[in-house]
Design a protein around this ligand. Structure first.
Ligand code: UFG
Length: 324
């Protein structure tokens, strides 16, 4: 079996590429290396890198050629912009690249008669849900262009299913952190764990955006999932698509357990052996107080559940940073 992984040199994509090649599958990585790193996908005879920007006008044709030439039977599509703030400032970039890129990918799949597609969606589709545990049945209500492009992407998958008989899965990621292998670590400093580690390395104290939320310690609660667990969820989704029955196309990927910002800082203090005295800053606009998912559907349908807890997530991120 051969899988074409678009954005496979990225942080999460490369974890999936590693799992697939480790189980003996051939992988064609398509990546424009704008944020992806060649080093993440080197070293295996089963992995080939094709440099290609899937948002270009000729991308659908080039992708269809790659699909046919490689005999790929499935596509996993990661390549997209993912910064909420940037999406508010430059929505056209997100419409063009996130939606346009997916349109090219789906057109190529239709053309090359590849049916199985796994798509990176996000908990950002839910917006600011006022529930303890977010289930997939909750009606999405994104509050920024990033989340909107992910929700539109899910509609596009459904349209492609109806028009071309495709079989698709959208995985709604919650807060991803940690590294399964040090060389695959998140090198961007955009999310809480890397931001805090970066601040500590510079001898600065991290900032907590608001401690007056209606949560036990006043700080925001999120569902942190290890990149290695998330990668396993993609492999489970691929196996599901390759099987017979397929009742769902959307799954939350998280642990079902919430951790507050202060709990994450405590875990980082333990892992680094550093004392952390955070600065309490004002609330960040658009932050829900709590965003934790129900994992019932993915556990029951894909047989997947996370196996790493917050301490393991943070320890793996700290170790990867030390070895970088
Ligand atoms: N936070 C701080 N200080 C910081 C950085 C973050 O207190 O320096 C807090 C945030 O306010 C939030 C929590 O840490 O409460 C997590 O923040 P992140 O920016 O790491 O993650 P978000 O929950 O805001 O966003 C993540 C992904 C998005 C995705 C969203 C879905 O980064 O891509 O989950 O809800 F859209």
């Amino acid at each position: 079996m051969t899988t074409l992984v678009i954005g496979g040199a990225g942080y999460i994509g490369s974890h999936v590429v590693r799992l697939l090649s480790d189980r003996g599958e051939r992988v064609i990585v398509v990546d424009d290396l704008s944020t992806g790193l060649r080093a993440r996908v080197e070293g295996s005879d089963l992995v080939e890198l094709v440099e290609l920007d899937v948002t270009r006008p000729d991308a659908a044709e080039k992708l269809a050629f790659q699909l046919r030439a490689s005999g790929a039977d499935a596509v996993i599509h990661f390549a997209a912009h993912k910064q909420v703030g940037q999406s508010v400032a430059k929505p056209e970039l997100y419409w063009h690249d996130n939606i346009g890129g997916l349109a090219n990918v789906l057109a190529a799949c239709a053309n090359a008669e590849v049916r199985d597609v796994v798509f990176s969606s996000s908990a950002a589709v839910y917006g600011v849900p006022d529930v303890d545990l977010v289930t997939e049945d909750l009606t999405p209500a994104p509050i920024n262009p990033y989340g909107a492009t992910k929700y539109v992407g899910e509609w596009m998958l459904a349209d492609a299913e109806r028009a071309h008989g495709m079989r698709t899965v959208a995985l709604r990621y919650f807060n991803v952190a940690g590294a399964g292998h040090p060389e695959l670590a998140d090198t961007a400093v955009m999310n809480l764990v890397p931001i805090v580690l970066d601040a500590l390395d510079r001898g600065e104290q991290p900032r907590v955006f608001g401690d007056d939320y209606d949560t036990p310690d006043g700080t925001c609660i999120r569902d942190y999932v290890h990149a290695e667990d998330l990668a396993e969820a993609h492999v489970a989704a691929l196996d599901y698509l390759r099987g017979e029955d397929r009742p769902h196309r959307v799954f939350n990927v998280g642990t079902g357990t919430g951790s507050s910002v202060l709990e994450v800082l405590d875990a980082i203090a333990r892992a680094t052996g550093t004392e952390i005295t955070p600065e309490i800053a004002p609330r960040r606009p658009g932050d829900p107080a709590r965003l934790v998912c129900s994992t019932d559907r993915i556990e029951e349908t894909l047989g997947w559940r996370a196996t790493h807890d917050l301490d393991e997530i943070v320890t793996s991120a700290v170790q990867a940073r030390r070895l970088a």
